[in-house]
Ligand binder design. Structure first.
Ligand code: HEC
Ligand SMILES: [Cu+2]
Length: 351
């Protein structure tokens, strides 16, 4: 009779476990609809991200197997050796000094840890010690409170917040190697589908690399708390076909458009001290505190990815930056409505 009740109990417990697993995987599936979220760590699309994904799946499999074995043994012991109704209070037989058991629970975990250690070390080596091939694209990313500067030393221009790189298909690998610097505090470069996090530390240059296998936009986020607007310091990586990338580079290399019809706005850019913080190549503006605006209109977003780059947003931004992005380090500059219209019109010519 007791045996029978035990079996019923085990059957019910098993059914409950299966139901829990099913609903957990349903929740998981609902949380990761296809097409995948742009920051899905389970959809890597570049070698470093893929290596990290594989090693974490491997660690999860091993630790999952350990969990299942330990939990099953525990459940078995708890049920099988629970206090019987007719317990006489006797202490059960005690087992001391079983060499076999002691060896088993020492050697097995050590082996598991060695395997995990070696496979992790191998992935770290493959990701961190990779040498840049001669034709790799070099970009220097500089973290600023609260935006990203991207310098292209091979081409002599710099841009902000929207990193453009060529696709690196297996037939013709063109990886992008990123030097990571900081202008102020710690930041962290994290585009989950392309690579793991790497910090940008003041006075300590770091590097990372990506080789995206697909064109498209890959999103990320500064992953190290860097101040008030940290959560609004978004990352956007535009992966382009080789032709599209080359024509983008060609456009970026040009000096700023000089449209005489917006001369009033251009003069205000100097009169209102904007030039002290921003560079517009081809004019006297060579400030380095804020984003390079030479080709501002070639960007989809402003303020580190938080606002679509529309005339309306641009005007509101110039009118009162901290109102659009709490904590932004661009000051509110006093202007009349007419001046605001003129300066916005000027910036809109910077294609
Ligand atoms: C004290 C330095 C400083 C001054 C002066 C300044 N800016 Fe800025 N500006 C910044 C910083 C810093 C940012 C980046 C803000 C962020 O995204 O957190 C910025 C961002 C911008 C952007 C958005 C660029 C992008 O791609 O996201 C525009 C446009 C802009 N400034 C225009 C102006 C204009 C016009 C003036 C003059 C009225 C001006 N700025 C004066 C520092 C300054
Ligand atoms: Cu940051």
């Amino acid at each position: 009779m007791r045996k029978f009740r035990l079996r019923v109990w085990l059957w019910r417990a098993g059914r409950a476990c299966v139901a829990a697993l099913c609903s957990a995987s349903a929740v998981f599936a609902a949380a990761t609809p296809a097409p995948f979220s742009p920051t899905n760590i389970f959809a890597p699309d570049s070698t470093p991200a893929r290596s990290i994904f594989r090693i974490s799946a491997f660690v999860l499999e091993i630790t999952g197997a350990i969990f299942v074995v330990v939990f099953s043994l525990l459940a078995y012991a708890v049920i099988k050796y629970r206090e019987p109704k007719d317990d006489d209070g006797h202490e059960p037989a005690q087992v001391y000094g079983s060499n076999q058991m002691e060896l088993a629970w020492t050697v097995l975990p050590v082996l598991i840890v060695v395997v995990l250690f070696l496979s992790t070390a191998q992935v770290i080596h493959r990701v961190q010690d990779a040498r840049a091939p001669a034709d790799a694209l070099q970009v220097t990313a500089v973290g600023h409170q609260f935006w990203w500067e991207y310098r292209y030393p091979q081409y002599n221009f710099s841009t902000a917040n929207e990193l453009h790189v060529p696709i690196s298909d297996p037939g013709h690998a063109v990886p992008t190697y990123l030097g990571l610097l900081s202008a102020d505090v710690d930041h962290s470069f994290w585009v989950p589908r392309l690579a793991g996090k790497t910090d940008l530390i003041p006075n300590h240059p770091n590097t990372t690399w990506i080789d995206p296998h697909q064109t498209g936009i890959f999103l990320g986020q500064c992953a190290q708390f860097c101040g008030t607007a940290h959560a609004n310091m978004l990352l956007r990586v535009y992966v382009q076909s080789p032709d599209d990338f080359q024509s983008w580079v060609h456009e970026q290399e040009q000096p700023a458009v000089n449209d005489p019809s917006t001369a009033a706005g251009r003069a205000l850019f100097v009169a209102k001290a904007c030039f002290a913080c921003h560079t517009i190549r081809g004019t006297m503006a060579a400030g380095k505190v804020g984003p390079d605006l030479t080709h501002l209109m070639s960007r989809d977003t402003i303020a580190a990815g938080i606002l679509p780059n529309t005339p309306e947003n641009l005007r509101k931004w110039i009118q009162d930056p901290p109102a659009m992005k709490e904590g932004a380090l661009m000051p509110k500059v006093d202007m009349t409505d007419e001046q605001l219209t003129q300066i916005t019109a000027y910036l809109e010519t910077l294609k």
